[in-house]
Design a protein around this ligand. Sequence first.
Ligand code: TEU
Ligand code: CA
Length: 555
Amino acid sequence: MEPWWKRSIVYQIYPRSFMDSNGDGIGDLQGIISKIDYLKNLGIDVIWLSPVYDSPNDDNGYDIRNYQAIMQEFGTMQDLEQLIEEAKQRGIRIVMDLVVNHTSDEHAWFVESRSSKDSGYRDYYIWREGKEEQPPNNWGSIFSGSAWEMDDKTDSYYLHLFSKKQPDLNWEHGPLRNEIFDMMKFWLEKGIGGFRMDVINFISKDEKLPNGTIHDEQMYGDGSAYFMNGPKIHTYLREMNEKVLNHYDVLTVGEMPGASPEDAQIYTDPDNQEVNMIFTFEHMNLDSGPNEKWDVRPLDLVALKRNFEKWQLALHEVGWNSLYWNNHDQPRVVSRFGEDGAYRELSAKMLAICLHLLQGTPYIYQGEEIGMTNVKFDSLSDYRDIETLNMYKEKRQQGIAHEAIMSSIYAKGRDNARTPMQWAPDGGFTTGTPWIRMNTNTTFINVEQALANESSIFYTYQKLIQLRKKHAIITHGSFQLLLPDHPDLFVYKRQTDEEEWLIVNNFSDRPNQLVWKEFVPHSKGNVMISNYESLKIEGDIVEVRPYESFVLAFE
Ligand code: TEU
Ligand code: CA
């Protein structure tokens, strides 16, 4: 039988910024519960909830202090159980974030671990002696600075690939793995629909922890070759399946920076019992330089198309793709690959259609369905994200100009995705002061207006979801990229034995022409969805207008 998650559409909620129910400026579980009917109306089947666990919030919940308790600001365990139940009544499953590459330094395990070299929890984390007053190796942290922190109590260093308040767990240690597996069972027994696994392909480190290459102008070594897709990653994932996941009917998606399509074939092949699908980063890295996300480059559409092609072909009938433009770590796609001024609505719909007609499970990030945009705060003090703040400090120390850093933050900063959900012209997120400033364009980009306008971006998403439910070709059809070298148009075909669909997307504000006969089997195509009122066809030529997108079906 076909697994349910192949026909599901997932909606990601970043709880802190979704809906505040009690006026403290912080989104919470009751806020989410109050909006389930909105999500039901959109048509999604699954909610992926970013972390709601007890946390000191160094990295907004991705630094967990207690895996089995709820963050007080978000509510209680009862609120979470109520959310699971109310979602279930509407046919919606809740997928939880599983953050097990690291914990908070305030987690009881780490407090124990750092207390003494003889602690029974010592091996839960990765401790090493320094070398001549220097850290054990040259790795840089993803959040700037060294990946090692000296802990005076035992005169040793611990590894933290992210902030120093996020020490990495030692997966080599069997008892640690068993604790994680028990914790997973605790959540599964509550009836959740699965896990999104945070940087799960980082959990197996090369035990020798060798120095990494130092790329141009960088202060630290790049250790990724020694912790991404590490030596025992497949072993650990299979153990997790045997001991836990195989006993439940759930969705699993591994967040996997640095995983190639070849890696993904192994991770997602059902015979291997590892994960159902992964989040690739390859398409998210195309508008950055090779070694640094802050080195912002214009998007090369040809490269983007080739990349999607590679993934679509690699996993077809082998594994499974996840499809996304956005999440809580990425800038808003309409500002990034679309146009967020005059063409905002058209380009947001185009991007939606282009992504949702591919093979895989689509993910919608809160606000994407109304075309929310990036923000530009004048003052650094309005930013909240630890990655952004640490990076700013480090680059200033290296002598880089304030303006240059701010322009990288405007393009790539994670807070672009974290401004509060825009429910109404006056905000509608909170009655108090939000923890991070609201985008001022909520006056005209908001849910209230989107719902009232039948041609809004929201209804394009709703329609895309309905189409996917109805037409098996979207889930199962083969993929073929057409016009691979065209600089503006992203054109592809989906095909089954019975039908053929043509998907045409203009990624530019220039009109482009297509010679009809070269693409369609015959003239009787049905328009399944589009973002203009009707197609512009003259004789044998179709004019594809600025940011136009349409899907034609042929029998
Ligand atoms: O992100 C992993 C990750 O490597 C990047 O996406 C990172 O957030 C950053 O954008 C790199 O420039 C996951 C979570 O999604 C992220 O929110 C957490 O901060 C991180 O892991 C640590 O848990
Ligand atoms: Ca609140």
